[in-house]
Design a protein. Structure first.
Length: 208
């Protein structure tokens, strides 16, 4: 791809995020972080087709957006610890939990666009929120909610907008809160791999 001023790599840094001009574009950053979440179907040609990918023109600053999909049941088992019996209407049962309140930053989607993906200047909001970690709920907490479908099954906990017939809608219209929670609670750095988590590696390298 090359690394010159007009190369494909340089195109990922054409934003106004911070003063250094060395931070990757917000639209790309939010796509790769959603792709890394538990319960999201990993982006690949086998899982997604051309209609699931949005490329904006120059007016959008070369905007990239992906209409991700995922497994609501798997994600709900992480938080809010819900077993789903019916997706629409949502009928489920809460699993008793013990949780702790954790702080988090929210993600700010630039409003100067008519698209759900914002633009390359999307960035972390400096407002800090807090919530019991395993009581965060994709249908009621401060997660993005598209306006194309009011069914609870369409509120996924990540940035997407699908109408009742299953068509991806890139136009924003009205939506859930902005800034929005993006990522938590579907990142678990501890406990997923027995004796192979980040804290285990830290202990082995610096403590033992």
């Amino acid at each position: 791809m090359g690394v010159g001023q007009n190369s494909g790599v340089a195109a990922l840094f054409k934003n106004q995020r911070g003063d250094s001009k060395k931070r990757i574009d917000g639209d790309y950053a939010q796509s790769i972080q959603i792709n890394s979440q538990f319960g999201v179907f990993e982006f690949s040609p086998d899982q997604y087709n051309n209609s699931d990918i949005y490329f904006g023109g120059n007016a959008d600053g070369g905007l990239l957006g992906i209409f991700f999909d995922g497994d609501n049941q798997n994600r709900d088992l992480i938080s809010p610890r819900r077993l789903i019996f019916s997706e629409s209407p949502l009928v489920g049962q809460q699993i008793p939990i013990f949780t702790q309140k954790v702080p988090y930053y929210k993600w700010y989607i630039e409003p100067n666009t008519s698209l759900i993906f914002g633009n390359q200047n999307n960035d972390w909001s400096m407002s800090i929120g807090s919530h019991p970690y395993q009581l965060l709920d994709r249908i009621s907490s401060d997660f993005f909610r598209g306006n194309a479908n009011s069914a609870e099954e369409s509120y996924r906990g990540f940035i997407t907008n699908v109408n009742p017939s299953g068509t991806n809608i890139s136009l924003l219209g009205s939506s859930g809160p902005n800034p929005t929670i993006i990522g938590g609670p579907w990142y678990f750095y501890f406990g997923l791999k027995n004796a192979a988590t980040a804290i285990d590696k830290f202990y082995l390298k610096y403590v033992e």
